[in-house]
Design a protein around this ligand. Structure first.
Ligand SMILES: Nc1ncnc2c1ncn2[C@@H]1O[C@H](COP(=O)(O)OP(=O)(O)OP(=O)(O)O)[C@@H](O)[C@H]1O
Ligand SMILES: [Mg+2]
Length: 309
């Protein structure tokens, strides 16, 4: 089973409107709610790919109950640690030109007792877990090295780990040498303190991170595709050309595809090929962290994977 960890889960609301004017009354033409937070996007995509998945993290209040209901509608099993505060709501406004404006609530804080209860819960879940995926930001009150702590717990139980985070959570988390990381360009620049001007620069940084002890380093480059540095070599992936509807969550579906590929022991090239297809299928779909299986079937293996070194 793949276990996803979403410590700062959210109800994601997608509002469509013709024009968005700050400072004015804006009428929304359509509204959809999904269980959000990056780990839950990953869960949805893993489930669509047919692998057993369990979602965990913190959740609380009425919106926490709604979140669990949304997950069960998507046939995703969950086992959250309850907290006193309300699960947050994040809003994505998309206007007629496709421009997106995001409003992200900070989320309810957690305390020492919540973290302790999570540790115990997580350790129990590891007994039935093959691979863990840690995604997204940490809630207020959670130390920046919490991912590193959880990654070490997983490794001590022989469970592989994927970390997809940014800023301090990523910088501190990589100290525990997760099996795979997937920073985008911006996250890579912050992590390495360098300016990346080309794929060559990005590939160089990916190799350095791999040599520091992270088995698989994936750098995602939006519509330009992705790079992978691992023991099998360095690979460049170019996604298929697809009609794009919503690219939010493309990175999460890419992470989901890598999780599934690792669980199925795919080669590096096959894993990157699946990741390009799944993330591009996500871009073709309105719903965040979701794709249609017929879109995936139509573009499967239509991306390009080349060995760079
Ligand atoms: N416009 C696009 N067309 C086709 N594929 C895309 C497009 N945008 C993204 N992708 C695919 O999705 C992958 C991940 O995208 P990106 O680098 O934007 O991730 P991200 O910034 O982590 O996204 P998020 O955090 O919103 O999930 C890319 O490597 C690519 O394969
Ligand atoms: Mg991302």
């Amino acid at each position: 089973m793949i276990t996803t960890i979403t410590l700062n889960a959210a109800i994601d609301k997608l509002y469509r409107l013709e024009t968005f004017q700050p400072g004015k009354v804006n009428r929304v033409s359509s509204c959809a709610a999904t269980a959000g937070g990056k780990g839950l996007n990953v869960s949805r995509a893993v489930a669509l790919l047919g692998e057993p998945v369990l979602a965990t993290g913190f959740c609380g209040g009425h919106s926490g109950a709604f979140l669990k209901e949304l997950l069960s509608q998507d046939q995703i099993s969950s086992s959250f640690v309850p907290i006193a505060g309300e699960t947050r709501t994040c809003i994505n406004l998309i206007d007629g030109t496709g421009t997106s404006t995001e409003l992200l609530e900070p989320g309810a804080p957690v305390d020492e007792d919540d973290l302790q209860r999570f540790n115990v819960h997580f350790d129990a879940l590891l007994q039935e877990t093959q691979l863990t995926v840690f995604s997204g930001s940490l809630p207020c009150g959670c130390p920046e090295d919490f991912y590193a702590w959880l990654i070490r717990c997983a490794h001590n139980r022989g469970v592989r780990t994927i970390l997809d985070a940014s800023g301090g959570a990523l910088a501190k988390g990589i100290a525990a040498k997760p099996y795979l990381i997937k920073p985008n360009l911006e996250e890579l620049e912050v992590l390495t303190g360098t300016s990346i001007h080309s794929k060559k620069d990005a590939a160089r940084e990916a190799v350095k991170l791999h040599e520091s002890g992270i088995a698989c380093v994936v750098i995602s480059l939006g519509k330009e595709g992705a790079l992978l540095a691992c023991k099998e070599g360095v690979f460049e992936g170019t996604p298929p050309d697809v009609p794009v509807k919503n690219t939010v969550g493309c990175g999460d579906s890419m992470v989901a595809a890598f999780a599934v590929a690792i669980a199925r022991n795919y080669s590096a090239e096959a894993a990157l090929q699946l990741a390009l297809s799944v993330s591009s299928a996500n871009a073709m779909c309105e719903k965040t962290g979701f794709f249609h299986l017929d879109d995936l079937a139509a573009i499967l293996c239509k991306g390009q994977v080349n060995r760079l070194g």
